[in-house]
Design a protein around this ligand. Sequence first.
Ligand code: GKR
Ligand code: MG
Length: 441
Amino acid sequence: MFPKITKMNIVPVAGYDGFLLNLSGGHAPWFIRCVLVLEDDSGNRGVGEIPSSDGILKGLEQCRSLIEGARVNEVKKVLSQARHVLSRNGPEERGRQTFDLRVAVHVVTAIESALYDLFGQALGMPVADLLGQFGRQRDEVEALGYLFLLGDPDKTDLPYPKTTDPVDAWDEVRYREAMTPDAVANLAKAAFDRYGFKDFKLKGGVLPGEEEADCIRALHEAFPEARLTLDPNGAWGLEEAVRVLEPIKGLLSYAEDPCGQEGGFSGRETMAEFKKRTGLATATNMIATDYKQLKLAVQLNAVDIPLADCHFWTMQGAVAVGELCNEWGMTWGSHSNNHFDISLAMMTHVAAACPGEITAIDTHWIWQDGQRITQEPLTIRDGQLTVPTTPGLGVTLDEDKLMEAHQLYRQLDVGQRDDAMAMQFLIPGWSFDPKRPALVR
Ligand code: GKR
Ligand code: MG
């Protein structure tokens, strides 16, 4: 008999963050996440990490009675019951923010991760070996260096972290203003020195498009061999996207959400047109975020690289997208939001189980590195994460750190990500506009 789950603990947590700019505004000095901890009667613990919101915490609570008392091998039964319970809350939309505002799919992923962690421990198998049709496909997963333009924290009275004792160049630059092509290239150099990235992504949707194209030129000059991409989260109109990216298309390996919904056209239609006109490959975490959208995106030939983040596709769902990509001649990749080290492990296992050639996964980890809730977070070396070979997710919770992060969450009393708050210090009265870069007002 497999062990029984005796206890479910929902732990909202917070960590510190820099003034990272994007279409939604500027990151607050903190980010929030939700950790799910399941305990079984053999003494094992399974964990999952997802974004946090009041709706997500409520959704997890709705599933408690399905989970406590279940056996750790009943993963599929529990997950399909959870889907059923959550579907009664009604339909949900991703929304037009840079980040996904749904609830059910995140809740299901937290439960899935914690259950697979326990099931893997009971079987003596790593999660990557259990996922998808084929299990583990690789032992190393490539990650990209995810760069952001950075606001000046000294223009705010908010408690942004400061580096008091830098160990390297990355520590020196990651909490300071970075608004020019040179500053972006410096961020890349510092990140490369610590992590060895071969790919870089710049978050756009902040400055006028041409100025962001100049940042790509500076990155190319600093790293002529690197694969580069720019992601304005669909802020540009189709004409603008073509105008901005056509001159630098030889420097980009793909364009991420260069345009989106506009006039009477869906984001899938404008992206298809963009691809036709520029010949550039496209990636998205905005217009192919579930199976129906993916089907339409494929029919229209709008997307080459669906960024199937397990936090909004589920872990098995993200691997299923990887399997389809492999069959259909597309390339799988993963999106990310700010996250702790449990998510880093979840994304690594998922990427490990996707067959064929995949693209380097997104991770915000470099902005969080140094904060942790497990005893030994995975590390990025030579741009790569080593896939754990120990049973389950291969991470061990650090109770004290988890409680510290929970205390911070309680102290902050923040129920939802809010990127508009910090922007008030740069542009009083600033509000989100999905079709205008954050500093174009
Ligand atoms: O962290 O500011 C951010 C990003 O803009 C994030 O919200 C996006 O979801 O990383 C993301 C993306 O690739 O669109
Ligand atoms: Mg994106």
